[in-house]
Structure formats: C-alpha cells, structure tokens
Design a binder for this molecule. Structure first.
Ligand code: MG
Length: 147
C-alpha cells in the first residue's frame, strides 16, 4: 500500500501515533508519502524534514508545495475551485501517485481528493471541537452517558 499523510494538524495533531504508523508501514514494506501544502521556501524542506525526524517519523517521499505565485497551472482541471489554487500542488502530487489511503485534516483537501480521486480512501483527524446542535446530547440520557 501507499499511505499519504499530511503534516499540519494531522501529524502534528498526533505525532507519536504517526511515528509509530510510519515505522510499522515501512517495516511491513509499504510506502509512506508525506504531502503538505507547506511551501518550498528557502530552508523549509530541511526544517520540515528535521521536524518530522524529531517526531520519529520515517518516509519514502516528502512533497512540499510551491508558493502560490510559482504554482504550475498547466494541468489544472477546468473545474478546480479558483479559491483553492493554493491546494493544487498537493492535489497534483496526490494525483501523480494515487495512494491507497490519505490522512488529511483539511475539509477542502478531502473534498478535492474525493472529486479528482474518488477511489482513494480518506481518514480525517478531528482537530477541532464540532459543536452539536442544541439539546442533541439530551438524547444520550439513559444510555450510560454522563458529563
Ligand atoms: Mg493539514
């Protein structure tokens, strides 16, 4: 399998888990790609790799995105949302080597990958509290749920 993992609010959300996962995957012969919207600014690739090593991750491929003014739009799908151009490098890298499974916290990335790579399975860490509609927890009464 090829497993693709995002960095910010994914690896950084649970670094010990992703360190273990990346090592287990590599040990068992799978491919680990880390694909991020972080830019390829001067020093950023080295700093990002150092951060991942500090977390204990291992990987086959680390792909950073080019800064927005430098994004190559040659292969941009006609229906790609204009407001999400900054995510095109990440999508393009994913489409170039479609993974079996993606971990990515971004709803926008999830939606874009679902559009362009509908067969790829996506797991999304829940980094922020999602508020439930008023009173929805009241239905939990009597089911063993308590505050
Ligand atoms: Mg992220």
């Amino acid at each position: 399998m090829t497993i693709q993992i995002d960095i910010d609010d994914t690896i950084t959300w649970a670094p010990a888990f992703f360190a273990w996962l990346s090592r287990a995957l590599k040990r068992d012969g799978h491919r680990v790609r880390i694909v991020t919207a972080r830019g390829r600014h001067l020093g950023e690739p080295e700093a990002t790799a150092a951060e991942l090593r500090k977390f204990g991750l291992v990987w086959d491929d680390l792909v950073l995105s080019e800064p927005v003014p430098e994004i190559d739009l040659a292969d941009l799908p006609e229906d790609f949302p204009e407001g999400l151009i900054h995510l095109w490098p990440k999508c393009r890298a994913t489409m170039a080597e479609p993974p079996d499974l993606v971990f990515d916290d971004s709803l926008e990335v999830n939606a874009l990958l679902a559009r362009y790579l509908p067969r790829v399975k996506i797991l999304r860490p829940m980094n922020t509290w999602v508020s439930a509609p008023e009173g929805s927890f009241g239905n939990m009464a009597g089911r063993g749920w308590s505050k």
